[in-house]
Design a protein around this ligand. Structure first.
Ligand SMILES: [Zn+2]
Length: 412
């Protein structure tokens, strides 16, 4: 039965294209960073991530969009990190289309998956059947992200890149489903000026930003706020946090759902990252290699299909029952980058890292889309993962995504 289903994916999947660019020689790097607040000026939006009916009563700290543009003189990519629950493919591509002087495909838009920001997907309104998105806020978010991408492109200056890694300390992220299934790696990419002055630092680690839970009514970027503060106070330049394979179910290991615990987790991770940055591989020039695979995935979730039909989420499958989605593969110097369009479970993220041969490996989750949980084989029919199965656009879709990812990583 599984084999039949697998065959069906392969038949139904329509590969729209693998767009890739490669330059002949490594060039001097140019890097720019920009950021803007996504905190709503007036509260009242529905908060996304836990139960329904959580109206925002104010904000504790700001939520952000942050963009980092990297060029080798020939190829340019932009990596964006947003303090949001997620963004669907149509929205990320609408934003990317506004980037100036760079192909939209080269704009890589991630969300931290914070559970204390306004709903921009639709699932967390006053009740399960009512769309939770404040459309004016979503429009503003898209405009602001696009402006920030262009600001990062405009801010490019000669730069060097440093790569490093660290390990997450005890009592930060842990897997509450199967404790041993976790990727503790913190992958780090820091841009510095020709004189060695930090411009920005990208931190890639897998853990739900959900210290603040269902009873909280304040907008916050959760532990990520403190992680960034810890690092920026130490002079790292602006920090971009990109989440990893946080699905099923990597969550902060906390005593209570409090800002004190969010601070403890965030600062502990920030300190580990700062320690990791003491030993780096630095490159002054390099080749930016980038490839994006875009394809149609069968949408096989009755509950989510119904919510799409009701207009709760704006992610209606096409007549053939698919949704378009995307993955990326990229490389710069000793580092490789892979993405998945949703909440990959740790085993899926580790399998993606195993496809990469670079000394430094980055796995971007919730990248350019949010298809819900992306399950590994043993989780598909496992009652332990019933919730993840119910919140996945296609619980059996991971092999197709992995196939597309391998192709993107192996593109010339
Ligand atoms: Zn989640």
């Amino acid at each position: 039965m599984h084999a039949d289903l697998h065959t069906r994916w392969l038949v139904v999947a329509v590969v729209v294209g693998v767009a890739s660019t490669a330059t002949a020689v490594a060039g001097p790097l140019q890097i720019g960073v920009a950021k803007a607040k996504l905190t709503p000026e007036q509260p009242g939006q529905w908060i996304a991530g836990y139960g329904d009916n959580r109206p925002a009563e104010g904000s504790h700290d700001d939520i952000w969009t942050r963009a980092m543009a990297v060029s080798d003189g020939e190829t340019t990519i932009v990596i964006v990190a947003n303090d949001l629950i997620g963004l669907f493919y149509p929205d990320t591509r609408e934003i990317a289309a506004q980037a100036q002087g760079v192909p939209p495909d080269h704009v890589v838009i991630t969300c931290t998956h914070v559970h204390s920001a306004p709903d921009v997907l639709g699932l967390w309104g006053p009740n399960r059947m009512t769309r939770g998105v404040d459309e004016a806020y979503l429009a503003l978010v898209k405009t602001r992200i696009a402006e920030t991408i262009n600001a990062a492109l405009g801010a490019r200056q000669p730069a060097k890149l440093r790569f490093a890694r660290a390990e997450a300390p005890e009592k930060t992220g842990y897997n509450c489903r199967e404790r041993e299934l976790v990727d503790p790696e913190v992958s780090l990419m820091q841009a510095v000026t020709s004189e060695g002055e930090p411009i920005c630092t990208l931190v890639n680690y897998a853990c739900h930003p959900e210290v603040l839970q269902t009873e909280s009514r304040l907008i916050t970027s959760d532990y990520v706020h403190y992680l960034r503060d810890e690092m920026e106070s130490a002079g790292t330049g602006d920090v971009l946090f990109v989440n990893g394979a946080l699905g099923g179910m990597v969550t902060p290991e906390i005593e209570d759902s409090t800002f004190e615990e969010a601070e403890r987790v965030g600062r502990a991770l920030g300190q580990a990252a700062l320690e990791g940055l003491k030993t780096t591989d630095e490159i002054a020039e390099g080749e930016v290699r980038f490839s994006r695979g875009t394809f149609d995935l069968p949408f096989e979730n009755v509950g989510l299909s119904m919510l799409a039909q009701l207009g709760v989420i704006h992610r209606q499958p096409t007549a053939d029952g698919t949704v378009r989605t995307t993955v990326i593969g990229a490389a710069i110097g000793p580092a490789q980058f892979a993405s998945m369009p949703g909440e990959a479970l740790p085993k899926v993220g580790l399998a993606a890292k195993a496809l990469m041969t670079g000394k430094y490996r980055f796995f971007f989750g919730l990248c350019d889309d949010e298809l819900g949980y992306l399950l590994h084989a043993e989780a598909i029919d496992n009652p332990l993962y019933r919730y993840e199965q119910s919140m996945s656009a296609n619980p059996r879709g991971t092999p197709l995504l992995m196939e597309q990812l391998a192709a993107a990583l192996n593109a010339p």
